[in-house]
Design a protein around this ligand. Structure first.
Ligand code: ATP
Ligand code: MG
Length: 469
């Protein structure tokens, strides 16, 4: 394939407009809560707090810049027992916001194997995500052009261009060539050539994914290599025979890469991280408590001290440039059943001024959790069984029974919140799941009696509960 010199870098981006797209599609706090309501039952205070914090990102971006610099995010600490929706809220939030959003378990930094994993990697990961996000947007912008170019290249593969000396060939040759090419183009567009084989040149991937290196020094080296490779060394290229549709994907990808101005992408991405990045620090309680004492764990307090500057605002070096963390919003979450927020070092406590508590869940919540959310368990199981041609009806009193058992077992053994529903539902559905492909009457009704029968061994035996449910 011919090597094309990159055209002017501004080709992709157009005029000098450097201002980032306004993330105006941002939802209002009420809309955010309404979205969260679709998946999470109850927990109003937490939803409200995160909705406000999210909206404040958007508000700050519209405040005159001298003042905006002064407005630091009000970090949130979500406290609540296990299995009541803390992580779920963050997962859903991530999908709602157009801000770069990273969720990470604080405990990661204390694990063996992660020893020395520097917390600055949080910021690097965030930037990497933002870069992907911006790159995709930019790719979208150049998509039409990339598609056109890819089509031309594909045609070149199917019908090599006339060589220069052929250009001097008689008019009619050229015309014939053009006609053939046009015909091919039509066939291509009509999808008639999809299975035809063509030969493309692909880069062999040389460097392993960067994630492998996680301490700063190596990452910096990785940066250099990565930065150089795509442009120059490019890995080795090798020729590969592929079908047209595969070649098209490849060419399109290549064109998009060529048309997108990566310098601009990096600048915008860093801007976004700095002004609206959000980091969700899950399992924050796992790094609370002064000293873990034994084992090869990295000291918890050490991790807190490492985190502190990032939460307070510092500058982190990333492969895309320097990133100021002053305005990144942090949402911490943890069960804090052993360690308390007060066990965090005071400086860090102070950086999470907003505390919201999530309440533990009871029978009524369970009933709603089983049925209402868009991803409700009952809906999931029904959909799964439907693939076997099976219609499963679960009556209201069956659901009532399941919720009751969940509450009872949570009370008698360990309160694991809504997670209990997963184990109970699995047990209830076990036989049907197992036999589904062979069940003859294609409609099954699960009622209270069925649930009781399915769970009777467990409900009777408190000891067993501990293990099975
Ligand atoms: N309020 C809720 N509404 C709907 N589903 C919930 C709710 N709380 C928990 N769940 C469900 O229970 C499971 C566990 O919840 P989640 O992961 O949010 O727990 P958590 O609060 O983060 O617990 P942990 O402290 O153990 O991390 C998820 O599948 C989630 O969908
Ligand atoms: Mg969690």
């Amino acid at each position: 394939m011919a090597i094309q010199l990159p055209k002017s870098m501004s080709e992709a981006s157009g005029a000098p407009k450097e201002r980032d797209r306004d993330l105006e599609a941002e939802l209002t706090p009420q809309e955010i809560v309404a979205e969260l309501d679709k998946y999470i039952i109850g927990q109003k205070a937490a939803k409200k707090a995160v909705a406000i914090a999210l909206r404040n990102r958007y508000r700050r971006r519209r405040v005159p810049s001298e003042l905006a610099d002064e407005i630091t995010p009000k970090n949130i600490l979500m406290i609540g027992p296990t299995g009541v929706g803390k992580t779920e809220i963050s997962r859903r939030l991530a999908k709602l916001t157009s801000s770069p959003f990273l969720k990470i378990e604080a405990s990661k930094f204390t694990e063996v194997g992660y020893v020395g994993r520097d917390v600055e990697s949080i910021v690097r990961d965030l930037v990497r995500m933002a870069v992907d996000m911006v790159r995709q947007e930019k790719a979208q912008e150049v998509r039409a052009k990339a598609e056109m170019n890819a089509e031309e290249k594909l045609l070149d593969l199917l019908l090599p261009p006339l060589r220069r000396k052929d250009n001097h060939s008689p008019e009619e040759d050229i015309q014939r060539y053009q006609e053939t090419r046009d015909k091919l183009r039509r066939q291509l567009r009509d999808g008639l050539l999809e299975d035809r084989q063509v030969e493309i040149e692909v880069r062999e991937r040389m460097s392993p994914p960067l994630e492998i290196f996680s301490n700063a020094g190596v990452e910096e080296i990785g940066i250099q290599i990565q930065e150089i490779i795509p442009g120059f060394l490019g890995g080795k290229t090798k020729r590969r025979k592929v079908k047209v549709h595969e070649a098209r994907d490849h060419l399109l990808d290549e064109e998009e890469r060529r048309l997108v101005d990566m310098d601009q992408v990096a600048r915008l991405a860093i801007g976004r991280v700095e002004s609206s990045g959000i980091v969700f620090l899950d399992e924050l309680d796992k790094i609370a408590g002064r000293e873990s004492g034994r084992g090869p764990e990295v000291s918890r307090e050490g991790v807190q001290r490492d985190l502190l500057p990032i939460v307070e605002g510092t500058t982190v070096h990333t492969r895309y440039g320097l990133v100021k963390t002053d305005h990144i919003l942090f949402v911490g979450a943890g069960a804090f059943n052993v360690a308390k927020p007060a066990d965090l070092i005071p400086e860090l406590q102070g950086r999470f001024p907003i505390r919201v508590e999530l309440s533990s869940l009871g029978k009524d919540d369970f009933i709603r959790i089983l049925t209402e959310p868009e991803n409700a368990l009952i809906k999931q199981y029904r959909a799964l069984m439907a693939t076997e041609g099976l219609t499963v009806d679960i009556t209201d009193d069956a659901i009532d029974e399941i919720a009751q058992v969940a509450e009872d077992v949570n009370g008698e053994t360990e309160d694991i919140g809504a997670r209990r529903l997963h184990t109970i539902m699995e047990k209830v559905m076990e036989e049907i799941s197992f036999k589904a492909p062979h069940i003859k009457p294609k409609t099954i009704t699960i009622d209270r009696a069925y649930v009781r029968a399915a769970l009777k061994d467990i409900v009777k035996n408190a000891d067993l509960k501990r293990f099975i449910l």
